[in-house]
Design a protein around this ligand. Structure first.
Ligand code: AQP
Length: 331
C-alpha cells in the first residue's frame, strides 16, 4: 500500500478551496493508502500567528478534518511541531537546496509581494520544510491543490540531489495527486486570486464552519460580471468570477462545467447564486455542525493528536536518523 503525506496550515479556518483542493481528496484516498495527515503549525508561523489563535486554529482544524471524514483510528493525524524529525530533516534540506531553486518559487513571490525584505526567512525556505514533511515518511504520493505543484517538483529535485550528493538511493520521488475538478478555487472577491484562509477579507472565502446564512450572504455578495451564464465552457474563458462560481458548483455537485452550463445557460447570477448556495450549504453545513460538536471535547481532540504524533514519530524517526548518519552526524 502506498504511503500518502499531506498537510494543511492552521493559519485560519479551512476554506472551500482547502476542501475541494485537498481535504475531500484525502477522505477518499484513505480507502487504499496508508495516510499521514499533518496540521503544519511550523509552516503556519512563517507568517505571523498570534499564539492563542494558532492554538485555537490547530484544534479547529483537527475537528474539521475529523468532521469531514478523516479516520484517525486507521490513519495518522497529528500536528507537525510534535515530531522533531520534520525540523531536523528540513535543516539538512536547507543545506541541499540551491538559492536559485528557491528564487523560482511563485508562492513566495505571491505571498511576499513587493515587500520581500520584510518577510521571514521561514517563508522563503518553506518548500524545504515541505519536502522534509513528505520525505521524513518516504511518502510517495502527495494529494495537493494545483498551487502546490511547483513545491512538489522542488521536493523531487531535493530528493535527487540528496541521493546524488551522498551516493545512495535513499529518498524516493514523489507524485502529486491533483484533483481534476476545482483544483484551484478562486477568491469570491477577485476571480484572478486564489481563495485563501488568510486573505484579509472574510468575504473572499467560504469557511468550513460557516452556517447557511453566512454562506448565502457571501455568495450573494460574490463579485460577478453583468452577463448571463453562457452555453459553452469556452465562453467563460475571460470571465474569471463566473468561471469560478460555475467550477465550484460543478465540483460540489459532481458534474463537469459543461453539464452545469447545460442546466443553467441563459440564467442571470441572481438565480444561479441561489442554486449554488443550496449546493454549498448541503456540502459544507454538516461539516460545520459536527466540528462544533467535536470542539466541545478538547481533551479528546488533544488525545487524538498526541496518539497520532506517537505513530508519526515511529515512522519518521528511523528514516531521519538514517539520513543524519548518511550526512555524517555522529549518532
Ligand atoms: N484556493 C484553493 N484551491 C484549491 N486548493 C487549495 N488549497 C489551498 N487553497 C486552495 C490546498 O489546500 C491544501 C492545504 O493548504 P495549506 O493550508 O497548506 O496552504 P495554502 O495553499 O497556502 O492554503 P491557504 O488557504 O491559501 O492558506 P494561507 O492563507 O495560510 O496561505 C493544499 O493542498 C493546497 O493546495
Amino acid at each position: 500500500m502506498q504511503r500518502i503525506f499531506s498537510g494543511i496550515q492552521p493559519s485560519g479556518v479551512p476554506q472551500l478551496g482547502n476542501y475541494l483542493g485537498a481535504i475531500r481528496n484525502w477522505v477518499s484516498l484513505q480507502a487504499d493508502h496508508e495516510c499521514v495527515f499533518c496540521l503544519v503549525d511550523m509552516h503556519a508561523i512563517t507568517t505571523w500567528q498570534a499564539p492563542e489563535e494558532l492554538r485555537r486554529h490547530t484544534l479547529t482544524q483537527a475537528a474539521i478534518l475529523l468532521a469531514s471524514g478523516i479516520d484517525a483510528s486507521r490513519h495518522i493525524l497529528f500536528n507537525q511541531s510534535a515530531v522533531s524529525a520534520h525540523a531536523r530533516l528540513a535543516w539538512i534540506f536547507n543545506c541541499v537546496t540551491r538559492l536559485g531553486w528557491l528564487n523560482r518559487m511563485t508562492q513566495f513571490k505571491d505571498k511576499a509581494g513587493k515587500d520581500r525584505e520584510n518577510h521571514s526567512s521561514g517563508l522563503y525556505v518553506y518548500p524545504n520544510l515541505m519536502a522534509a514533511d513528505i520525505l521524513a515518511y518516504k511518502a510517495t504520493r502527495v494529494p495537493v491543490g494545483e498551487d502546490q505543484k511547483q513545491h512538489l517538483e522542488l521536493a523531487n529535485d531535493i530528493a535527487q540531489k540528496f541521493n546524488h550528493d551522498y551516493g545512495v538511493e535513499f529518498f524516493p520521488q514523489v507524485e502529486a495527486l491533483i484533483p481534476t475538478a476545482a483544483a484551484r478555487v478562486m477568491s469570491l472577491r477577485d476571480g484572478t486570486k486564489k481563495m485563501s484562509k488568510s486573505d484579509p477579507s472574510a468575504q473572499s472565502r467560504i469557511e468550513l464552519t460557516d452556517d447557511a446564512d453566512a454562506i448565502a450572504l457571501k455568495i450573494r455578495r460574490a463579485k460577478t460580471d453583468t452577463g448571463v451564464l453562457p452555453a459553452d465552457v469556452e465562453e467563460l474563458a475571460d470571465r474569471p468570477e463566473a468561471r469560478n462560481l460555475v467550477a465550484i458548483y460543478a465540483a460540489l455537485a459532481d458534474m463537469n462545467v459543461q453539464q452545469v452550463l447545460d442546466q443553467h445557460q441563459g440564467q442571470g447570477f441572481g438565480p444561479f447564486k441561489a442554486a449554488l448556495t443550496d449546493v454549498v450549504v448541503q456540502a459544507i453545513a454538516p461539516i460545520g455542525a459536527e466540528t462544533t460538536r467535536l470542539l466541545g471535547d478538547e481533551a479528546h481532540l488533544l488525545n487524538i493528536l498526541r496518539q497520532g504524533a506517537q505513530r508519526a514519530q515511529a515512522i519518521a524517526e528511523p528514516i531521519v536518523s538514517e539520513a543524519e548518519k548518511l550526512v555524517g552526524f555522529l549518532k
